[in-house]
Ligand binder design. Structure first.
Ligand code: HEM
Length: 137
């Protein structure tokens, strides 16, 4: 979910505090550095299905779960302080909703439009969804 949602596509802007050499590039002191997380999270060649929601992106050839650093919350000394909290909340909220309800795309709603709404964060366009209480079996 976090890979496809790409919630903070340009991360938090940073600035070099000294002249820096990175992979052959010289970055002078005081340069504004903007990360492109959209590229990281959708890079062709890095993901089996870069442009679709497919949990198989996180499985190896034997079908086992691969432990990856997803990078949707940045990395390094300034990594997102809320990463663990955000991940736990997402898990609890999504699992609780899916256990209680079925989410059904309405037949008359046409194809879903995945074009994001741009801001500091990316959000989906408003959409209608049929929500049905699951019956206990
Ligand atoms: C899915 C939810 C979230 C996403 C995708 C996200 C993403 C990010 C990203 C990309 C950065 C920049 C990291 C970097 O510069 O390498 C960041 C920084 C930060 N985030 Fe989050 N974040 C999320 C939720 C939260 C929550 C819930 C909190 C607090 C409770 C939080 C607090 C922070 C703070 C304080 C920083 C700045 C850390 C620093 O500069 O030292 N974030 N976040």
């Amino acid at each position: 979910i976090q890979r496809v949602a790409n919630t903070v596509p340009l991360s938090v802007f940073h600035c070099t505090t000294r002249d820096t050499e990175l992979m052959g590039y010289s970055i002078p002191k005081g340069t504004l550095v903007i990360e492109n997380l959209t590229s990281v999270l959708n890079e062709e060649g890095q993901w089996k299905f870069p442009h679709e929601f497919n949990p198989e992106n996180f499985l190896n050839d034997q079908g086992e779960f691969m432990i990856l650093r997803l990078l949707s919350n940045g990395s390094g000394p300034r990594i997102c302080l809320g990463e663990g909290l955000a991940r736990m909340e997402l898990f609890l909220i999504v699992v609780t909703l899916l256990r209680k309800f079925k989410f059904i795309w309405p037949e008359d709603a046409g194809e879903p439009d995945f074009t994001p709404v741009y801001g500091v964060t990316l959000t989906p366009k408003p959409y209608r969804m049929k929500v049905q209480l699951r019956t206990s079996q």
